[in-house]
Design a protein around this ligand. Structure first.
Ligand SMILES: [Zn+2]
Length: 65
């Protein structure tokens, strides 16, 4: 079951909730507040991202004109 990071807007406490992907019930902070927001932590990426498609057309310009 995936874990999600939340932060309470009432007491500013970060906490973690383990829940299923289909469970959309509101999360509660450890102190019971329901005014919480998801914290999206960036996922570490190994290596560099794939390069974007080269500019200049589908084949470099030879077949498009
Ligand atoms: Zn709280």
């Amino acid at each position: 079951m995936p874990a999600y990071d939340y932060r309470c807007r009432t007491c500013d406490a970060p906490f973690e909730v383990r829940r299923s992907l289909t469970d959309d019930a509101p999360a509660l902070c450890p102190a019971g507040h329901d005014d919480v927001g998801r914290v999206f932590t960036p996922v570490a990426v190994g290596g560099s991202a794939a390069p974007a498609a080269p500019a200049g057309g589908c084949c470099g310009g030879g077949c498009c004109g």
